[in-house]
Write a protein that binds this ligand. Sequence first.
Ligand SMILES: [Zn+2]
Length: 285
Amino acid sequence: MTRITDVHIHIQPWRDMLPHVQASMRRGKEDHWDFLLAMMDDPQALLEVMDRSGVWRVGLVNYPSPDVMGFNDTTNTFAANYARANPERLLPYGGVHPRVTKDPAGDVDKLVDLGIRVLKIHPPHQGFPANAYTDGLDALGKIYRRCEERGLPVMVHTGTSIFPGARSKYGNPMELDDVAIDFPDLSILMAHGGRPLYMEEAFFILRRHRRVWLDLSGIPPARLLEYFPRLADVVDRALWGTDWPSPGVKDLRQNIDQFLGLPLTDEHRHAILERNALALLPPRP
Ligand SMILES: [Zn+2]
């Protein structure tokens, strides 16, 4: 396979991370920490890693989380600038923080103007459930609405997060039931399938809503079928992702090889590694 898209890697301005967050990110990667830090400012270094790993395209996950992670809105221009090194292969993601923004729709438009391909919402790092617009956080509803109007897919983190200050109770995918009902034309990319606590909820939401897609990142590939035994039922909406270089994710290629070792048909492998991402995130001329 030569057209693999990894929809979820963390290329972020790590220098902005709060010191205690940086310390927990660094754990276990001490020996190549300097390389990773340098890569965050060097797209060529990333492209070489991708070439070595047989990965065609990657999604560069970015979102503002000033109080928990340390990233502010400059994370959006960071992603857009980084991707300019190779717009075909590097897909920049960005975010609008509903508690910070003064112009939710206008800020979504700015992301579109920057060339951002996916808007990321991170409930445990941003401090609200994904359906908080039903309970007073109006800006969040305006963000979803504008993304729906502009055809900008939204990625929502589901499942736990181990960073200090992250509130994992906001990782429940059931909250996406409201979002999918209230914004029926919005494409929603459910990151991590609720792992490790909420897989049943995640699978329910996926089966119920045709515009919800599953991003497999953060799920150890060798155990994917334990987490989602009926993966075949949603295989036309499951997208490959690794979450590299987040804690516990060592290598882009190692994850692909583990995935290829699963008892799936070639057709299903092709759908997950290549075809579905081309449908959700088509190459731009
Ligand atoms: Zn992630």
